[in-house]
Design a protein around this ligand. Sequence first.
Ligand code: NAD
Ligand code: GLY
Length: 370
Amino acid sequence: MNTLSTSTETVRIDLADRSYDIVIGENLLGQHASYTDLPKASSALIVSNTTVAPLYEAALKQALKGHYKHIHTVHLPDGEAHKDWVTLNLIFDTLLGKACDRKTVLFALGGGVVGDMAGFAAASFMRGVPFVQIATTLLAQVDSSVGGKTAINHPMGKNMIGAFYQPQRVICDLAVLKTLPPRELSAGLAEIIKYGPIFDMAFFDWIEANIEPLKACNAMAMAHAVKRSCEIKAEVVGQDEREAGLRAILNFGHTFGHAIEAGLGYGKWLHGEAVGCGMVMASHLSEALGLIDASFVTRFTRLLDRAGLPIKGPVLDAKDNAGKYLALMLHDKKSVAGDIQFVLIEGPGRARVSQAPEAMVREVIDRCCA
Ligand code: NAD
Ligand code: GLY
């Protein structure tokens, strides 16, 4: 049996009996050794989509041979607009149609959309079967595949129906990022940049200095960015798996961002683009509340701009744009008893969750939308 190369790095998610490794390196996806020591089963189901499957499914299938007697596949339609009940059911139809059992292992081969849906299917099929995340977008490698949040969207709100359910392993194969369109790469950079102001300003400084190599998908730069992002997420999730408190800081920019995604219609802006722009809005709100200086907002916005991300929010309603944002933000999962909660920067590298006066939020939305 082959072994993984020495340049492969591992980040551990420490969650008692739900602990697992994130394995980071080049060309991992097609290696038999990437899948040893997973729960034993006679069958596996690869869940992918119509874009990723033609690129990587054959290599994965080959690597899984010998681990499983039967390897089934299902290809979902591509895109955030399909992160719904109808598409989720395609996974259940395949599992049942192929007579899969409660030991069948699901392999999510794709970005965050495939990962969130395959994870939710794994959480609920026969009350829970094992699953593995093979993250093929930058965003999935630095955020969505890690930490066990799984979900589908509802027309009234993003990720509203789902479960916390941890994978058995996460595979981050840096080589697959080479086929990612530049816009998707930028969307992933938004979630990497996020970790700076909320947790680690030294990492933020490093991203600022390395934004060009990152945009060019330089292997060394990418390896460090993915590893450090996973380390930070592992630390936060290890302390607060089910978002009783600390984990909410990972939603920096998401209150505004989810409103953008739902308001424009899912898929119009990429999730990472909406989060990036949402972080600009949340940093302006932090400044308005006197928590950070205008100079930091400028520096932060400049980095998002350099990463190729939109920094002006879309107008969702020509008559009452701020009112539309506010109505959409009420459906955010952090809202409590009708009060919208924002992740705010308390100072570079530190975040907290709190409310803000409506007039101030309206003023920020007006200032930040084109
Ligand atoms: P995505 O899954 O839609 O992937 C983006 C696009 O890239 C798709 O068209 C996909 O088919 C394509 N693609 C994927 N890998 C590719 C590759 N290697 N080469 C070429 N094309 C490839 O989007 P995403 O940005 O990965 O994920 C966004 C989703 O993740 C959102 O639904 C968001 O809510 C979710 N999310 C979840 C969490 C979590 O903790 N569970 C965290 C952040 C985001
Ligand atoms: N992406 C936010 C979280 O995993 O909590």
